[in-house]
Design a binder for this molecule. Structure first.
Ligand SMILES: [Zn+2]
Length: 82
């Protein structure tokens, strides 16, 4: 039995995780509506401290610096650094 090439390659991605930062990984776990809301607030003038407080209150454990870096585009999502 031949296995299509794509399947094996997809498994490699799963093993190493997608090349994105914890913020993007968090967004990927949310419902579509929540993900859109979070992405909108990330682009808004809300402070990173406020966003971090809200996420923490909702039970999400993510660093404030991680959020700040994602908002500035200094994370792995943007250009594959690190
Ligand atoms: Zn990111």
């Amino acid at each position: 039995m031949e296995t299509p090439l794509g399947l094996g390659l997809e498994r490699l991605l799963g093993a190493n995780g997608p090349s994105v930062c914890p913020v993007a990984k968090l967004i990927a776990t949310l419902t579509e509506a929540e993900a859109e809301l979070l992405q909108r607030v990330m682009l808004s003038s809300a402070s990173t401290r406020q966003i971090h407080n809200e996420l923490t209150a909702s039970g999400f454990r993510i660093g404030r610096d991680t959020i700040a870096n994602h908002r500035r585009g200094w994370c792995r999502c943007n250009g594959g650094q690190q």
